[in-house]
Design a protein around this ligand. Structure first.
Ligand code: CA
Length: 242
């Protein structure tokens, strides 16, 4: 402040001197002290953290070759499991072992037997498919004898069912063998030509291995035969089990 006053005082003294000397200085020509223009401080460019370039969103291109994965479904156990060639529809005794001559060298063609009137009394009824095992038809002799033994199978269901005809006779029967002994035994009480469905409760041998024996050891003529067909394992019996 005192510096400015000194300057003003000095300027005043100079003016007085010029005035005294007749020198006039036009006031308007006084060189104005440049007023510093206010320059606002530069607004700092706000600092932005480097923003990574946005990752382009992958455009989904539907594939024409990729098939959607199938929805996994739990393995479903069929309710009914046929025994191998349990219905004899191969037309031969594959999966069965034959002894003697009663059952012939191959299953009997029931449809042909009906057409050719080869049956004992009446035409066959209630058979499954075309073929069945018969201890009568091969040589048309009810006194013929023989056995059929199935391949071993796993008892995977609680019931074993089959069709059978034949007379009740201690030497004519169907058996299920497990652990080296017969556990089920049926002497058919059906001496007709109409097959009947039988059901065995085999639940106590579930998951064990077993096999079937079909036996005609009787030389009895007339109705001394047995005929079987359509062996399968099943969850729910279709007839009253024994
Ligand atoms: Ca059959």
């Amino acid at each position: 402040m005192s510096g400015n006053f000194a300057i003003l005082a000095a300027a005043g003294a100079v003016l007085m001197l010029f005035s005294v000397c007749g020198i006039s200085i036009p006031i308007g020509e006084t060189t104005p002290t440049p007023t510093p223009t206010y320059t606002p401080p530069a607004t700092p460019t706000p600092f932005h953290a480097a923003t990574p370039a946005p990752t382009p969103i992958a455009t989904h291109t539907p594939s024409t070759t990729q098939t959607p994965a199938p929805t996994p479904t739990p393995a479903v156990q069929p309710a009914k499991v046929p025994l191998q060639n349990g219905n004899f529809e191969t037309g031969d005794y594959s999966h069965w072992t034959v002894t003697d001559t009663g059952f012939g060298s191959e299953p009997s063609d029931i449809i042909t037997a009906n057409v050719n009137h080869m049956y004992l009394d009446q035409p066959y009824y209630n058979y499954e498919g075309r073929y069945a095992a018969s201890s009568y038809l091969p040589i048309r002799d009810a006194g013929a004898r023989g056995t059929l033994t199935s391949d071993a199978f796993t008892i995977s269901k609680p019931y074993l069912e089959f069709l059978a005809t034949g007379m009740q006779n201690g030497q004519i029967y169907v058996e299920l063998w497990v652990d080296g002994q017969p556990v089920k035994h049926l002497e058919p009480d059906n001496p007709t030509t109409s097959f009947r469905r039988y059901s065995w409760d085999v639940s106590q041998w579930l998951n064990k291995r077993g096999y079937l024996k079909i036996v005609d050891a009787s030389a009895t003529r007339q109705h001394g035969y047995i005929e079987v067909d359509d062996f399968y394992l099943i969850d729910t019996p279709t007839v009253t089990p024994s």
